[in-house]
Design a protein around this ligand. Structure first.
Ligand SMILES: Cc1cc2nc3c(=O)[nH]c(=O)nc-3n(C[C@H](O)[C@H](O)[C@H](O)COP(=O)(O)O)c2cc1C
Length: 198
């Protein structure tokens, strides 16, 4: 894994740049364990930037305006990414407020890029996944058809407390990431070569 490439760097990237966004900010959260599993799956096929929202201070929401707000501390990292993986718990059948804030604080940085979603919860977090898809569509983010919902990942930890799901979920994640890389290539090319209809 590398965390390379300054935004607007003209040197060709060594691979697709994927920002893995870990949404939970709770104490004793499950999020980093799931995010580590995703980062390991990307190893060797992408430059990964892990953005942990627990370490991400955003400005006060009173400063928000349509299309974003004053530049945030992570704006350049989102801008530099070719694709996103959202790792998120389901809270009350929705996705966490921390993630909605991150989304609303940026605009241009998301546009015309792909995303996939790795959710988790008692039953896999599928209600939150479908909620997030609609919000991403508004930002011209293409969400992969395949996504992953992890049921009760806290019951699948190995002796080192790493997430150790069954093969079906591991293959499911690999399929999402294949789809994500395909879209990342297609959309990177399209962003360079085709004006988007206003
Ligand atoms: C405020 C809150 C609401 C929750 N609502 C749901 C829910 O709607 N569906 C679900 O499957 N789990 C729900 N849970 C349980 C979470 O899936 C579980 O606590 C998980 O560990 C949260 O992820 P985190 O530890 O990374 O924050 C909820 C947890 C919290 C804290």
């Amino acid at each position: 894994m590398t965390t390379s490439h300054a935004p607007h760097d003209d040197t060709p990237p060594s691979g697709v740049r994927v920002a893995v966004i870990s949404a939970s900010v709770r104490k004793d959260r499950m999020g980093p364990t799931v995010a580590d599993w995703v980062v390991a799956a990307l190893e060797g096929s992408a430059d990964v930037d892990l953005i942990d929202l627990a370490d991400t201070l955003l400005p006060d929401d009173s400063l928000l305006y349509p299309g974003g707000g004053p530049k945030s501390a992570v704006a350049d990292r989102i801008d530099a990414a070719d694709a996103f993986v959202f790792v998120m718990p389901e809270y009350n059948h929705g996705y966490p407020a921390s993630l909605k804030r991150l989304i609303d604080w940026h605009y241009r940085e998301w546009r015309l890029k792909p995303a996939t979603i790795v959710a988790y919860g008692v039953h896999g977090g599928h209600a939150a996944i479908e909620q997030l898809r609609g919000v991403l569509a508004e930002l011209n983010v293409v969400t992969t058809r395949r996504v992953v919902g992890l049921p009760a990942p806290w019951d699948r930890l190995d002796e080192q407390q790493r997430y150790a799901p069954d093969d079906r979920l591991t293959r499911g994640l690999a399929g999402c990431l294949d789809e994500l890389r395909w879209w990342a290539d297609v959309l990177a090319d399209a962003r360079r070569s085709r004006p988007f209809p206003a």
